[in-house]
Design a protein around this ligand. Structure first.
Ligand code: ZN
Ligand code: ZN
Length: 218
C-alpha cells in the first residue's frame, strides 16, 4: 500500500512515480520502477510524448517465470504502449531490456546494466523474494531501500542505450471485418477465421493451431 511516508521517501527523486502507477502494478518492487525509468528515458531520447493512440511500440525482451517481468508494467505506464492496444510485445529472451520503436523517430534498445543487477542483488528485498515471500508481504522499509536505489540513479547509470537503425516492424493492419463461425455461431475477426471442408470456422471449432507470423526483425 502506498502511504504518505512512502510518497515522501520517493518524492525526493526526479523521476518519482505517480501514485496511480503503483496502484496499477499492485505492490512495491524495484523492477516496475525500472520499466518506468526505461520508458521515460526512451520517450525523452526519441523526443516524443506518452502514446495516446497506436503510434509507438515496445518490444520487451522479458520471458516468463522470472520476477523481473514487473518491468513491463512500468514500461506500459510510462510509454502508454499497453498490452490492450497491442503496442507491447514480449520477445521471450529472458533479459532485462526492451526496444522502444517510433516509426518516425526510430528505435532504441535499453538494457539494465549488469552492474546494477549485481548491486540490486545485495538488497534485503531479494532475501525475502528468494524465500518465496511476495512483494506485498515485504516490509515497506525493505522495499523502499531498493526502489530508492533505482530512483536515485541517472539514466546512464541504469541503462545501456543504443540506437537500432535497422529495426523494422510492420504492425498488423486494423480491420473491422468479421464473420460468423458456422459451428458455434460466434463472431470471429476475419484474420482468425479458418476454412475447413468449405465451412468458415473459428480457431477452436476448426481445431487448427493458432499460427501468428513472426513480424519482428532485429
Ligand atoms: Zn512488481
Ligand atoms: Zn466456432
Amino acid at each position: 500500500m502506498e502511504t504518505a511516508e512512502t510518497r515522501k521517501t520517493h518524492s525526493q527523486f526526479k523521476h518519482t512515480l505517480p501514485e496511480w502507477v503503483w496502484e496499477f502494478h499492485g505492490h512495491h518492487c524495484p523492477f516496475m520502477p525500472i520499466g518506468w525509468r526505461m520508458g521515460l528515458a526512451a520517450l525523452e531520447r526519441l523526443g516524443i510524448e506518452r502514446e495516446k493512440d497506436h503510434g509507438l511500440f515496445v518490444f520487451s525482451e522479458m520471458g516468463e517465470g522470472h520476477p523481473q517481468t514487473c518491468m513491463m508494467d512500468g514500461l506500459q505506464a510510462a510509454t502508454g504502449c499497453t498490452y490492450g492496444k497491442n503496442l507491447l510485445t514480449r520477445l521471450y529472451y529472458g533479459k532485462v531490456a526492451a526496444v522502444v520503436y517510433h516509426p518516425g523517430r526510430g528505435a532504441l534498445r535499453l538494457a539494465l546494466k549488469p552492474e546494477i543487477q549485481d548491486e540490486m542483488g545485495k538488497f534485503e528485498f531479494f532475501v525475502y523474494r528468494k524465500k518465496g515471500i511476495e512483494p506485498s508481504e515485504i516490509p515497506e522499509a525493505v522495499s523502499n531501500e531498493v526502489i530508492n536505489f533505482i530512483l536515485s540513479k541517472e539514466d546512464e547509470e541504469l541503462f545501456t542505450i543504443k540506437e537500432m537503425p535497422n529495426f523494422q516492424y510492420k504492425p498488423t493492419p486494423g480491420s473491422f471485418n468479421r464473420v460468423k463461425c458456422s459451428s458455434c455461431g460466434e463472431y470471429v475477426f476475419e484474420r482468425y477465421a479458418r476454412l475447413k471442408d468449405g465451412q468458415v470456422l473459428c480457431i477452436p471449432c476448426s481445431n487448427y493451431e493458432k499460427n501468428l507470423a513472426k513480424k519482428v526483425e532485429l
